[in-house]
Design a protein around this ligand. Structure first.
Ligand code: FPP
Length: 269
């Protein structure tokens, strides 16, 4: 545990020994934040970028291992060209200006999604950041860009089908683990906590496979206003919940089989 962090009054109600390993966030409400102030939507995204910085920094400080951020969905390509361009510029600037800090703070960057659709300068900045940070060990930030969970699952199914066609895999050996390891998040534990800002109560095609047992926290706060206090509150509420993974409330912890420990699930014929 980070003793410096545990002394900070901001975290005094938190049990830093029982943090979620992986927090996923649907960062929503940038547009409404700006429009309610009579500003262009892009101002909301700019403020949203400052929230990203604050939440990454706090996650690292308190010892969260994985942070997944839904930064741009496949559906977001349908937004006005000017907004898409503005978001891509913000992203590129974030990657270039934050790289030093990521290196200093041990932050590793990973990306999921159909990055081939991104402009080449953004792809290049991403490649550089992912490559430069790949040996960092403190916090892994997973940016979901041009991401769709259904597309991710369809890609995984195609990859598994190819293995079967090559004769490397029997259909009966297609387990949940085989599928999980074919997703963009291969090797990353499933999120323990999913946060969605701005009060909408939907998953919006984010990590659909991975959130099967994830605790969901919805807040009315718009993403540009979601800062350290709001994040700590979400973590506090997470810690107050009882995670049962389908078991009974009084069943002893030792007798519980986590979904990931389960014997391979055979596909029904
Ligand atoms: C949703 O708000 C947010 C997005 C589509 C983009 C998220 C981008 C950022 C937080 C800024 C840059 C990101 C990084 C990683 C530096 P919305 O526009 O859908 O809001 P609305 O629902 O109020 O219209």
């Amino acid at each position: 545990m980070n003793t410096r962090a545990s002394r900070n009054p901001l975290y005094q109600d938190l049990d830093l020994g029982k943090l979620p390993r992986h927090v996923a966030i649907i960062m929503d409400g940038n547009g409404r934040w700006a429009q309610s102030r009579g500003l262009e939507r892009l101002y909301g995204h700019r403020r949203g970028k400052a929230s990203v910085k604050a939440i990454v920094e706090l996650s690292r400080k308190i010892g969260i291992e994985y942070l997944s951020l839904y930064a741009f969905s496949s559906e977001n390509w349908q937004r006005p060209a000017q907004e898409v361009k503005g978001l891509m510029n913000l992203l590129k600037r974030y990657l270039t200006t934050e790289l030093d800090r990521m290196m200093k703070n041990g932050v590793r960057l990973q990306v999921i999604g159909n990055t081939r659709r991104l402009p080449s300068d953004v792809r290049q900045a991403l490649r550089h950041s992912v490559e430069s940070t790949k040996r960092n060990k403190d916090l892994t930030v997973i940016l979901a860009l041009s991401y769709s969970a259904r597309e991710e699952i369809a890609n995984a199914v195609r990859a598994v089908a190819r293995r079967v066609r090559r004769g490397d895999l029997e259909p009966d050996d297609i387990t949940e683990e085989v599928i999980a390891e074919s997703l963009g998040t291969a090797g990353v534990p499933d999120p323990d906590l999913l946060i969605r800002t701005s009060g909408e109560v939907r998953l919006s095609n984010f990590l659909l496979w991975q959130v099967a047992y994830t605790e969901i926290y919805i807040t009315e706060t718009l993403w540009p206003d979601f800062r350290e206090h709001e994040f700590i509150e979400a973590l506090r509420q997470f810690q107050a919940r009882e995670r049962r993974f389908g078991r009974l409330p009084d069943q002893p912890e030792e007798s519980v089989e986590r979904p990931s420990d389960r014997a391979p699930l055979r596909v029904a014929r």
